[in-house]
Each structure stands twice: as structure tokens, then as C-alpha cells.
Design a protein around this ligand. Structure first.
Ligand SMILES: [Ca+2]
Length: 488
């Protein structure tokens, strides 16, 4: 019954490739956190891992630029084309809507003509570096599911770094370096994403693929290759998802690699199109970005199938008795065991890892209904055991007691506690008496008459005869055909 989930998982990952034709054009996500199933115990819930659908994450970000006055147009400025210093028809004026190039134009709907774009001031302070930080913040942990694609309206920068943060911008890690000359810019050997293997997937590389060669009109994008990295485990068409899920389940570093709260694009040197910068025409050098694509999903630790944008913030709608912005902890009354993320693999290899009520955890895993006073543990977290019972769950017997729907005192054995008068000891719990005898050890002969005040078997007054301790006396008494009241 779980294989449809696997298919859904595969569709989920395959669906991430919707922007590229050679990936299956399937859509879907595993949105089933639980379903009702019939089992030996009747109709029960079957819990499964789930996660929100991948989406365009640029709708939910905040963008910040450093320096704050780096956007062009204040004061108004005219720019010349990089490839032709005499073609100066690019005017930027922040006070005129048609001529302004604010940051939000990196995230608006593309497809209109002419293209809309953000643009920086020109490199008028050359040789001081023209540095710009573009920070994208989600205030929420998200998982990247597709390539990050930055489309430049200007020439692509000669040096830039893409960085990520996992802690809301407090600390940063490089994701990838980009340069026309990696050795010169960053003292790194140039590599490409295609050079990576399963063992080097998490390497931070410097690539010259998106900077080298100045082609103004046709080569505008800079990529961070997510899918090439996923394909190292899932195969070139992402067909072997079980392999990828297995890795994601067991390798925290791999999960974390695709996880971010913020991205930062550090623009370090604009395109110059030549080895020498033309100091007489510095208005040829600037950055302009028309579009940034970031596809991903809310990280909900496989405990939610939807994520909502509430009060300007993304929040997982947690299932499985979990809570927190990332479903990262158990609800207060569901801390019966330690919180864990759900697993990517379907049952039985994986589990949803639901949070269980406080009194069902492995520390207390139910009090025995026969051996304890209550099936629930007391306020201190322990089961209260009945007499003769012991153990964490009150399911074990003290010495001298035997289990029989709870712990019963041992009645007979073949040594010290022998059944008498021909009785047979059954499972140490009771004597099976021969006709004419009763009592725990068959020590009591039935009365044969009502003589001497002895009642019949149904008598409410006296139904038994002397105890085993008086066996000798009993024999004497039998000789006189009389019977003693039980009180003796
Ligand atoms: Ca745009």
C-alpha cells in the first residue's frame, strides 16, 4: 500500500524539473500525511512523511542591497553600452517610473517587453572596486529544489560569489565562486558542476562557465546547479529517487547543503569586456539583473504537506503532533519520545516519526492492564503495580508469584507446598483435588453429614473442614464420623 507514496515522491522530485523539458513533466508532491487503513486492530491511521509542494520562492523573500544607495538614478545617470562606448542611450532616473530600476524588478513577472531590471550605479569610482551585496531573506528555512538562475541585463560579472546562510543571516557560507579567472580572483582551480562526483558533491567550487567570454546578447545567465547535484544520486533524469532518498535520510550534510534561510549575491567586479578598463568611459561598467529564479519548498522536516504565507512569513502547517515554524519539535503534550524528522523513504524502510503522547513513550510503552492499578502511569512517570507485580510496566512477577492475567501468589509445588489428599498441582497455581477434598491444598475433606454442626456444601455457615495443619487430628475425627466447624 506504500508504493503509491514512492511514486508520489518521485513525481515530487521529477516535478521540480518543470522548467526544463528533458525532465519528466509530472507534477505532484507527497501530500498525504496520514491515511486510514484496516489492520488487525481495526480501522487505524497510517502515518506517512509529507512535505509541501515546491514553489517559486521569490514571491516570499525580502531583498536588501548594500550599499543602500547603490541603485542607479539618484542622481540621474546615462549609461553607455559596454560593446560600444558611443552608444549612450541607457538612462536611469529614480524619480521617473519609466526610467527607474529598483530592486523589485529582479522578481517581477518576466516575459514582458522590454525587459525590466534592477541596475546599479556605474563604476565611476574606479579603481575602487564596485561592490554590491544583494541579500534575499525568507525568514524561514527552505529547501532548494531547482537551479538558482540569475539573469543579467548587463554583461555577467567578472567576479562574484553566491553565499548562503542557515541562521537567518548571522553567518554565511560560500555556495559557489564565479570568475573569468578563478586562480587569479580566488586562488581556486576552475571546475564545473559536471566535474562533481557523489564524493565531492558538497565541494564549493569556482567556475568560469558563467563569466568567461563576453557575449552581450545570448549568454546572460549565471547558475547554481542544484539538479546536477541531485542527479549524482538520482541519475541523470532523476529516475533513481530511492537512492537519493536513502542518502537524504542518512546524510545530514546533504540535507543541509540544499537548505537555506538566506542567499547573498556578492558582485565583486562588473563585466569589462576587455583586459583594460576604459577610464574615460566608466559609465560602460555597471551591474544590471533582470530576473532571479529560486525554486524551493518550505522545510517542514517531512511533517507538513502545506506551508502558508501568514503575516508576511512562511509557516509550515504541521502534522504528526509537531509544532514550530519548521515542525521542528513535538507539541507540549506529545513528548513521549524524542522528536525526529520524518524519513524520505516510505514504510517499512522509513517512518513518519510522529510525536506520541507523553504517557506512551518508551520510558513508561503502556502500563500492563493486569499488573498495574491503571494503564496510565502516575504523575512521576511510573506505573503503579499491583501486589506481587514489578517491572517498568508492571508485567513481571516478584518471587513466589506467577503470571496468570496478573501476578498470582504461587500456591503449590512438588517440594514444600505439596497438594494433599491425592491432589495434583496445576502450573503451581492451584491444586486439583480428588473427590471429597477441597481447600487450597486439598486439605479439607467435604463433610459427609450435618452432624456436629457441620453444614452441607451449600451451607453459608460452614462449608469446610479443618486445615492441613491438623491432618492427624482430622484423621482421628474422621474415625468418629464427625466434622469440626471451620472455626476450629
Ligand atoms: Ca524583471
Amino acid at each position: 500500500m506504500h508504493w503509491p507514496l514512492l511514486l508520489a515522491l518521485e513525481a515530487a522530485w521529477a516535478g521540480l524539473g518543470q522548467a526544463t523539458q528533458h525532465y519528466p513533466a509530472m507534477w505532484g508532491h507527497y501530500d498525504v500525511c496520514k491515511s486510514q487503513v484496516y489492520s488487525d486492530e481495526g480501522l487505524t491511521w497510517d502515518y506517512m512523511a509529507c512535505q509541501p509542494e515546491a514553489a517559486d520562492m521569490t514571491k516570499y523573500l525580502r531583498v536588501a542591497l548594500e550599499p543602500t544607495n547603490i541603485t542607479c538614478g539618484d542622481p540621474a545617470e546615462t549609461y553607455c553600452a559596454l560593446e560600444n562606448p558611443y552608444m549612450c542611450n541607457n538612462e536611469c532616473d529614480a524619480s521617473t517610473k519609466e526610467l527607474a530600476h529598483p530592486p523589485e524588478l529582479m522578481f517581477d513577472f518576466e516575459g514582458r517587453n522590454p525587459t525590466t531590471f534592477w541596475q546599479s550605479t556605474s563604476w565611476r569610482k574606479y579603481p575602487k572596486p564596485l561592490l554590491v551585496n544583494i541579500t534575499l531573506s525568507w525568514n524561514k528555512t527552505i529547501e532548494l529544489t531547482d537551479d538558482i538562475v540569475i539573469t543579467f541585463e548587463s554583461g555577467r560579472p567578472e567576479q562574484m560569489v553566491l553565499e548562503k546562510s542557515l541562521d537567518y543571516g548571522r553567518t554565511w557560507l560560500p555556495y559557489q565562486f564565479y570568475a573569468t579567472d578563478c586562480l587569479d580572483a580566488f586562488t581556486m582551480e576552475p571546475r564545473t558542476a559536471q566535474d562533481l562526483t557523489q564524493h565531492t558533491l558538497l565541494d564549493v567550487i569556482c567556475t568560469e562557465e558563467y563569466s568567461r567570454g563576453y557575449v552581450w546578447k545570448y549568454d546572460k545567465t549565471v547558475r547554481f546547479e542544484i539538479k546536477d547535484r541531485l542527479a549524482l544520486f538520482a541519475g541523470p533524469r532523476l529516475h533513481n529517487m530511492a537512492s537519493l532518498y536513502g542518502q537524504l535520510d542518512t546524510t545530514k550534510n546533504l540535507r543541509d547543503f540544499f537548505t537555506i534561510t538566506d542567499l547573498r549575491i556578492k558582485l565583486l567586479r562588473p563585466a569589462t569586456g576587455a583586459t583594460m578598463v576604459d577610464e574615460n568611459n566608466l559609465s560602460r561598467y555597471f551591474y544590471a539583473i533582470s530576473d532571479i529564479k529560486v525554486q524551493g519548498r518550505c522545510k517542514c522536516n517531512l511533517h507538513a504537506n502545506s506551508c502558508i504565507f501568514d503575516k508576511e512569513k512562511l509557516v509550515c502547517e504541521c502534522e504528526h503532533n509537531t509544532t514550530g515554524p519548521d515542525c521542528g519539535r513535538c507539541k507540549r503534550s506529545y513528548q513521549g519520545r524524542v522528536w525526529s524528522p520524518g524519513s524520505y523513504l516510505p514504510i517499512p524502510k522509513g517512518t513518519a516519526n510522529i510525536c506520541v503522547p507523553n504517557n506512551i513513550g518508551p520510558v513508561t510503552c503502556n502500563c500492563d492492564p493486569f499488573g498495574s492499578e491503571s494503564e496510565r502511569c502516575n504523575a512521576t512517570g511510573f506505573c503503579k503495580c499491583k501486589s506481587g507485580t514489578t517491572g517498568k510496566h508492571c508485567s513481571e512477577c516478584l518471587p513466589g508469584y506467577l503470571w496468570d492475567s496478573g501476578c498470582k501468589s504461587q500456591v503449590c509445588d512438588d517440594e514444600l507446598l505439596r497438594c494433599q489428599n491425592g491432589g495434583v498441582c496445576l502450573s503451581n497455581l492451584r491444586c486439583q483435588c480428588t473427590v471429597g477434598f477441597s481447600g487450597v491444598l486439598c486439605e479439607k475433606p467435604h463433610c459427609e453429614s450435618e452432624a456436629a454442626g457441620c453444614g452441607g456444601p451449600d451451607s453459608a455457615r460452614n462449608t469446610s473442614c479443618p486445615s492441613s495443619a491438623h491432618l492427624l487430628l482430622l484423621l482421628l475425627a474422621l474415625a468418629t464420623a464427625s466434622c469440626w466447624p471451620a472455626a476450629l
